[in-house]
Design a protein around this ligand. Structure first.
Ligand SMILES: [Zn+2]
Ligand SMILES: [Zn+2]
Length: 272
């Protein structure tokens, strides 16, 4: 018998594959930047580095954290613990709404801390070091960053009062938004503007991946754009057509090689 979590897992995997294929197709037809024009091999090499980092992270989550999150969520619901339950919202759709908003708010501040606290930035800069940002970049994270956020998620599930399926729903909604705003695509200006009243758009996130530090340190949110407006970190450029992606790096650092990326938080410590 298939339990509900297995069904959710399958549904997630299938929608993830569909979203990524759709965006890969879009990037091939009308890319915003011509990084890989007549460079198919380079595109594959680039994607492969990001996909390998992603697979490592998926395995860590699956084998080290899912059971811990599940146990915490069960304990939380059983004891009626956490903000969404203290608000008396059990069995209401507002319970899920509050949990999703709390997780998204947390994701905003966690991301901002990753930029402002040097120790965390060493890991997070792996995500920013991609000079050819496309949909695969959405999944380019050092496993160190993932370990920290996964551990922190344990007490947060309890604090927010989340059921495990609500955590899954948050990720289910978040995933396509994150893939989309990293994709090497450009929407008509008006459409991007309209969409970014609610969610993070490609134009918004291109600014976040700019090499210029003032721009890097803006647009931290992952799903709802209003957190950046609320906390005064919202920044938009007149055009994103001429953004240079990447981070400051010493000349000897090859920011596009897998082994260098994995070692970089432990090697490149100073002034980065
Ligand atoms: Zn960032
Ligand atoms: Zn990003």
């Amino acid at each position: 018998v298939l339990d509900i979590l297995t069904i959710v897992e399958w549904y997630r995997a299938l929608t993830a594959a569909a979203v990524i294929l759709l965006l890969l197709g879009w990037e091939s037809l009308t890319p915003a930047f011509a990084f890989f024009k007549e460079r198919a091999a380079a595109r594959i090499r680039h994607g492969l580095v990001n996909v390998i980092l992603f697979v490592v992270n998926v395995l860590i989550v699956r084998f080290a954290f899912v059971a811990l999150w599940l146990a915490t969520a069960e304990w939380t619901i059983w004891h009626g613990f956490g903000i969404a339950n203290w608000l008396g919202l059990a069995d209401s759709v507002w319970h899920t709404v509050v949990v999703i908003l709390l997780f998204d708010l947390w994701t905003y501040w966690w991301h901002r801390a990753n930029h402002k606290i040097r120790f965390f930035w060493r890991f997070h800069r792996v995500h920013h070091s991609d000079i050819e940002m496309d949909v695969t970049t959405a999944n380019r994270f050092h496993f160190g960053e993932l370990l920290f956020s996964s551990v922190l998620r344990i007490p947060l599930i309890a604090l927010f009062g989340a059921a495990i399926w609500e955590v899954a729903v948050y990720e289910l909604v978040l995933f396509p938004v994150v893939q989309f705003h990293h994709a090497n695509v450009a929407l008509p200006g008006r459409l991007d503007r309209a969409l970014r009243t609610v969610i993070v758009t490609p134009d918004m996130h291109k600014v976040h991946h700019s090499e210029i530090r003032r721009e890097t340190d803006s647009n931290y949110t992952s799903m709802f754009s209003f957190w950046d407006r609320l906390f005064r970190s919202f920044l938009i450029r007149e055009t994103t057509r001429d953004v240079d992606f990447g981070v400051a790096a010493p000349p000897e650092e090859d920011t596009q090689s897998l082994s260098t990326l994995l070692a970089s938080p432990f090697r490149y410590r100073r002034d980065l």
